[in-house]
Design a protein around this ligand. Structure first.
Ligand code: PEP
Ligand code: MN
Length: 346
């Protein structure tokens, strides 16, 4: 057995391979106890064989009808790699799409502070064309003396906001003890930067049915982000959205350094959608629009942005939140560029 049952081989089917031939390979693999992940690419159908390397070596894969090539997967990340699935993954969240030509505009308050604040924001971002509502119930705060979020009470507020606006909910899970509550309430489970390598939490959301928004840790490499996503995918959940939110560098003029190069690299390395959080990277609202524009231009599949009816009163991240009164204008500016990239806000 390969140490961890990771996908070991790519079986590339010939351009003229029939559906039956693909089915035959999958059947043989499954009979042998190997998981098969079929990806119908634009140029070829590729089957990722996931399981025991030694067992795979005993199967005469090259001789099966329709098989053109059998290649080892060399990257440390397998399921999330573009090698295994050459075409971009499109994730459907209650009918709102993200990935490929569908651009996700996720917006909402940093934190659910109280019912009216969240509902007001939800209405404003929905009217401006946002595709999902963000809002923290459990907050990872640097200081233990600052507001830590309303917890489960906030989940009810988010449910109400979804009911009223129809927007799917994106909210963070911090603690495996809250998995049931958060998975039940959320439409997308956020794993924040601070928990990117909380491997037990990653495995928990990997076993859930809900899509996962995985944020890059402030000092994680692109490869570490992809390996974190692999933890989720390995448990069976491959509906993962990656998020670049700025990394820690020597530069202090922005809150974090938005690594847009990572977005270009990620789009090359993985089939998963990649979004950008310009709010936490900038730390100040006047930079959110230019960074959002840059994100669209580099090929991001969406952005996640903070907005608040009265940012000066916000309990968390006030300086970077866009006033709801200005959100329509912000969304229109971003939307124009999304159109130029040949995408539509999904
Ligand atoms: C957030 O999106 O609410 C958040 C805390 O972001 P990050 O995990 O990127 O710091
Ligand atoms: Mn925030």
């Amino acid at each position: 057995m390969s140490a961890n049952g990771s996908p070991e081989l790519l079986i590339v089917m010939g351009a003229s391979a029939t559906v039956d031939e693909v089915g035959h390979v999958v059947e043989r693999l499954e009979e042998a106890g190997v998981r098969a992940r079929v990806s119908h690419g634009r140029e070829a159908t590729v089957i990722g064989a996931i399981g025991d390397r030694e067992l795979l070596a005993t199967l005469p894969l090259e001789g099966y009808p329709g098989v053109e090539q059998v290649l080892p997967i060399l990257k440390p990340y397998k399921l999330v790699s573009r090698e295994v699935a050459p075409d971009p993954t499109v994730i459907d969240v209650n009918g709102r799409l993200i990935g490929d030509s569908a651009f996700g505009l996720i917006a909402g308050p940093c934190t659910v502070e109280y019912r009216e604040q969240t509902l007001e924001t939800a209405r404003a971002v929905a009217a401006a064309g946002a595709t999902m509502l963000r809002g923290g119930a459990f907050k990872p705060r640097t200081s233990p003396y600052t507001f830590q979020g309303l917890g489960v009470e906030a989940l009810d507020v988010l449910r109400e906001a979804r009911e009223e606006t129809g927007l799917p909910i994106v909210t963070e899970l911090m603690d495996p003890r809250h998995v049931e509550d958060v998975v039940e309430a959320a439409d997308v489970i956020q794993i924040g930067a601070r928990n990117m390598q909380n491997f037990l939490l990653l495995a928990e959301v990997g076993r859930s049915e809900k899509p996962v928004l995985l944020k890059r840790a402030t000092s994680a490499s692109v490869e570490e982000l992809l390996m974190a996503a692999e933890y989720v995918a390995k448990e069976g959940n491959d509906r993962i959205i990656l998020c670049e939110r700025g990394i820690r560098t020597f530069e202090r003029s922005t809150r974090y350094t938005l690594d847009l190069g990572s977005v270009a690299v990620l789009k090359h390395e993985t089939h998963l959608p990649v979004i950008v959080d310009p709010s936490h990277a900038a730390g100040r609202r006047d930079l959110v629009l230019p960074l959002a524009r840059a994100a669209v231009a580099v090929g991001a599949d969406g952005i996640i942005v903070e907005s608040h009816p009265r940012p000066e009163e916000a309990l968390c991240d006030g300086p970077q939140q866009i006033p709801t009164g200005e959100f329509g204008n912000f969304a229109a500016e971003v939307g124009a560029l999304v159109g130029l990239m040949g995408k539509t806000i999904g």
